[in-house]
Design a binder for this molecule. Sequence first.
Ligand SMILES: Nc1nc2c(c(=O)[nH]1)N[C@@H](CN(C=O)c1ccc(C(=O)N[C@@H](CCC(=O)O)C(=O)O)cc1)CN2
Ligand SMILES: NCC(=O)N[C@@H]1O[C@H](COP(=O)([O-])[O-])[C@@H](O)[C@H]1O
Length: 210
Amino acid sequence: MPSIKRLALIGSGSGTTADAVATATAIEAEVAIIIGNNSKSGIFDVAARHGIQNVHLSGVTHPDPVLRDSSMLDALSEAQVDLIVLAGYMKKIGPRVLRAYEHRIVNTHPALLPAYGSTGMYGDRVHEAVLHDRAPTTGATVHLVTEEYDAGPVLAQVPVHVLASDDVSSLRGRVQLAEKKLLVDWLSDWATTGKILPAARAPGHQLNET
Ligand SMILES: Nc1nc2c(c(=O)[nH]1)N[C@@H](CN(C=O)c1ccc(C(=O)N[C@@H](CCC(=O)O)C(=O)O)cc1)CN2
Ligand SMILES: NCC(=O)N[C@@H]1O[C@H](COP(=O)([O-])[O-])[C@@H](O)[C@H]1O
C-alpha cells in the first residue's frame, strides 16, 4: 500500500491559497509542514486551524541566506516532504532546496506566464499591470519552480477575461478564485498519479514520478 504523499506549503501573505489546499478533500495528500517568512502571515493561522507543524523562516530569523536555505531544507527533509507548493511566497527559493527538490517544487502565479511574470511581478502589481495594459485576458498559472522567478515549465493554466468594469480588487477576486481551483485540481491529479507533466507536452514526457 503506497504511503500518502506529503506536501509542504510555503507562503508570505494572507494565506487563502494555502487554506484552499489544506481544506481540499479532493487532494489525497497531507500537508506535512507550513513554512512562512512573515510572522503575521495568514498561513500560520491555516497551520493553527489544521494542526499542521509550521516554521517561521525569514531574513530576521535567519539573516544569512545560506543558513536560511539550509534551514528550510532541514525542515522539509525532517517533514519527509514529497512536493513543495509555493502559495503566495514572495522570496526566492535558494539553491540547496532547489537542488534537493528538483522537479518537485510548484508555484502558482496570478497571470498567464510568461506574461506578467519575473522580478517585481507579484500580488496586486500583477493585476495593476494587466489593467494598465488593457489586456483582454489574464489568468493563473501553475509552474515548476526553477532558479529564476516564474521561468519554470508551465504545468497548468486557466484564462480569466478582463472586464471593462474591473479594478484591481475585482480582477484579483476572479483570478484568485480561478487560481485556487486550478491549483487544487492539479494537486488532486498529482496526488493520484504522481506525475508532473509540462502542459505543452504529450503524455510519456513527464519530468519524474514520485
Ligand atoms: N527560485 C524561485 N523562487 C521563487 C519563485 C521561482 O519561480 N523561483 N517564484 C516566486 C513566486 N513569485 C511569482 O509567482 C514571485 C514572488 C516574488 C517576486 C519578487 O519580485 N519579489 C521581490 C520581493 C518582494 C517582497 O519582499 O515582498 C524581490 O525578490 O525583489 C517575484 C515573483 C517565489 N519564489
Ligand atoms: N508572484 C507570486 C504571487 O503574486 N503570488 C500570488 O500571491 C497571492 C497570495 O495570496 P494568499 O496569500 O491569499 O494565498 C496569490 O494570488 C498568488 O498567486
